[in-house]
Design a protein around this ligand. Structure first.
Ligand SMILES: Cc1cc2nc3c(=O)[nH]c(=O)nc-3n(C[C@H](O)[C@H](O)[C@H](O)COP(=O)(O)OP(=O)(O)OC[C@H]3O[C@@H](n4cnc5c(N)ncnc54)[C@H](O)[C@@H]3O)c2cc1C
Ligand code: SF4
Length: 627
């Protein structure tokens, strides 16, 4: 197949779908190439797969299946070398993180990259939570204000109108009065598309408990309702949230937004079409430095080889394939040696500065019941520590208030239930290891499970040189394409954020009269468990070498947030960045790279609303380009 389009888009996640919809509305001819299976018609199938899955992890509803049964019927993670379209899964982030027959990513450490993503129509947001925060103005000028990290080439004010458009497209439920903190502003008369999702009882207990907490690092902590991409009233022909606490990995009634909604709108335009099971494997650059085509491979069987190949041409090209798969594609595109370092990579920044929001997780029992598991997984947070003078010393963070008991930290309600049935104490809630039954069991579970809650501290990780996506020289997928190789680590600035987070958690629990159960990892796990790190610091919270007299050494375990950022950053010139502020490649003026890979810093809010705002902005630029 070889056809000419106005625009070819690689990837049908939110960034690709938003751009396709805008271009379709402008009458442009658009072809989307999507690596994964059609995700639109298969909602019921995904639900069934999720209901039947033993491991109810974020990827369990989606294709390809995360586990396969061996000859003995034992379920093992799928082998990524047999999959046409692989992706990291939660099951492959543990002890098997470097086993190439289980883990898709070729992880080089020293720490584990602990986040996952999807490669299915609709992208990673099939299993997102829905948190849709705006960044705060200082996130865009953190170097100028605090002398750390990088400034963005755009400001909050530049992005503000696009935030509003993205909130309308996603359908964000929130109130302006709850969100105007830390310098966030809104256009005159602006209202979110829907009223907020009501806060949970956990949010209320935390808000009441911290009302009299003295400032932490000169910051007064407050609970805010979290803007959410889920319907608080019927919107875009979808129902309102019924509070099933199942937002990750799949909302049974599609009250939570996912990009198949936008994709369906885009495909209503007769000029927009999509090819599923079509993996872009090379971006072709001509002698004038312009992109002249995309080569792709197609497969029929998700466990089979490529069955066809082809190429497609357009006037403009958009790569919207996620912050790990986009640099992978750019780096694979060597054009028979004419772009030996990959496409769009004269700066050498493609794949560099990989970031996430590593999570410090803590958990406690409230003094009175807070009745988690009712409503969405999270409805509120403490946003106060996202900005402040402390940012010159250590990482800022937002605090997500969980509404799913201790499910995240210890896998409850199952772990505690088994403890009381079997007489074990994995949860720490049955120290006497007493087996119970009948009304005793019911009473113990009611007392424990109704008081559980957790806080997740999402840390701003610095953009560092020792975090990168490159191509694995060793491991390939079923199509014969090199899998992503990852190097990952944390700076002391990021690690010191964990120290302050731990201290803050303990202060919050103290103010609430709650009993903390957070478990620090055993120091002996350092160097053995790739999600454990240590930091040594003095009494002024300044990192010092290990073994310094009088210093404190703390040990932490972290979790990934799925907020993959920074691998084709935007900047002010072609030496310090891959794309300009319009997300146009410095090297190839008809190529746009979109998604969170363009973020110069991971900032302090979940990334998707910001990348959606930027995608809408890029769409306008492309329409103007095309005339
Ligand atoms: C568990 C979890 C929870 C999250 N919750 C939140 C949240 O609450 N709030 C928030 O802001 N963010 C959240 N995120 C992050 C959010 O999912 C991402 O920011 C978002 O999906 C990125 O959108 P994207 O379009 O850039 O990439 P993706 O959604 O990953 O889409 C990329 C698309 O490109 C396709 N593709 C990849 N390679 C190729 C190729 N070579 N050829 C053709 N197609 C290709 C993929 O199949 C995919 O469909 C969460 C992530 C995870 C993992
Ligand atoms: S709480 Fe339930 S209905 Fe509401 S968005 Fe989450 S999964 Fe959907």
């Amino acid at each position: 197949m070889s056809t000419q389009y106005d625009v070819v888009i690689i990837g049908a996640g939110i960034s690709g779908a938003l751009i396709a919809k805008q271009l379709g509305a402008a009458g442009k001819t658009v072809l989307i190439l999507e690596a994964g299976l059609d995700g639109q018609g298969s909602y019921a199938g995904y639900l069934e797969r999720f209901y039947l899955a033993q491991a109810k992890v974020p990827e369990s509803p989606y294709t390809p299946p995360i586990v396969v049964a061996d000859a003995q019927g034992i379920q093992n993670p799928s082998n990524p070398s047999t999959l046409a379209v692989g992706r990291p899964t939660t099951l492959t982030l543990g002890a098997n993180w470097q086993d190439p027959s289980q883990a898709y990513l070729d992880q080089q450490g020293p720490l584990a990259f602990a986040s996952t993503y999807e490669r299915v129509g609709g992208g990673t947001m099939r299993h997102w939570l829905g948190t849709s925060l705006r960044f705060v103005p200082n996130d865009f000028r953190v170097k100028t204000t605090y002398g750390v990290e990088e400034d963005w080439p755009i400001s909050y004010n530049d992005l503000e109108p696009w935030y509003g458009k993205a909130e309308a497209e996603i359908g964000v439920a929130a109130a302006v009065a709850d969100q105007d903190y830390l310098g966030i502003t809104f256009g005159p008369g602006y209202e979110y598309p829907m009223p907020p999702i009501p806060g949970s009882l956990v949010d209320q207990a935390v808000a009441t408990g911290i009302a009299n907490l003295p400032p932490v690092e000169d910051i007064k902590l407050d609970v805010s309702n979290t803007p959410a991409g889920r319907n608080s009233i019927p919107y875009q022909n979808r129902r309102q949230c019924a509070g099933n606490t199942n937002c990750i990995p799949i909302c049974p009634i599609q009250a939570k937004y996912d990009p198949t909604v936008t994709l369906a709108d885009a495909l209503q335009y007769p000029t927009v079409s999509i090819l599923y099971q079509t993996v872009a494997n090379e971006i072709i650059v001509d002698a004038n430095g312009q992109v002249s085509g995309i080569n792709y491979l197609q497969y029929d069987d998700p466990n089979g080889p490529a069955t066809r190949n082809g190429s497609v041409s357009a006037t403009r090209y958009v790569i919207a394939a996620h912050a790990i798969e986009t640099p992978r594609l750019l780096l694979m595109s060597t054009n028979n040696g004419t772009t030996p370092n990959g496409v769009a990579n004269s700066s050498g920044h493609v794949g560099q500065h990989l970031m996430d929001h590593p999570i410090y997780l803590s958990w406690a029992l409230a003094k009175d019941p807070v009745y988690g598991y009712r409503g969405p997984l999270a409805t509120g947070g403490i946003e106060s520590m996202r900005d402040g003078a402390f940012r010159s010393k250590h990482a800022p963070f937002r605090i997500e208030i969980g509404n799913e008991g201790w499910n995240f930290p210890i896998g409850d309600p199952y772990t505690t239930t088994l403890d009381f049935v079997l007489g074990t104490n994995a949860s720490q809630l049955n120290p006497g290891k007493t087996p119970l039954y009948g009304s005793g069991l019911v009473g113990a579970l009611n007392t424990a499970l109704t008081r559980q809650f957790r806080l997740g501290f999402l840390m701003e990780q610095t953009p560092d040189d020792d975090c990168a996506v490159t191509l694995s020289p060793t491991f390939k997928d079923r199509l014969g394409l090199p899998r992503p190789r990852i190097r990952y680590n944390f700076s002391d600035y990021t690690k010191m954020g964990f120290v302050v987070a731990k201290r803050t958690a303990t202060q919050i629990y103290g103010a609430m009269d709650a009993h903390e159960y957070t478990l620090a990892p055993d120091p002996s796990l350092l160097g053995k468990d790739p999600t454990v790190f240590s930091i040594t610091y003095d009494s002024n919270d300044v990192p010092v070498p290990d073994g310094t007299a009088g210093a404190t050494t703390a040990y932490f375990r972290y979790f990934g947030a799925g907020h993959v950022v920074g691998t084709y950053r935007m900047g002010t010139d072609s030496t310090n960045s891959v794309v300009d502020s319009q997300q146009r490649s410095w090297d190839h003026s008809n190529l746009f790279l979109v998604g969170s890979g363009v973020f110069p810093t991971v900032a302090t809010g979940n990334p998707t609303l910001t990348l959606a705002a930027l995608a809408l902005w890029a769409a306008q630029t492309i329409v103007a380009d095309l005339g």
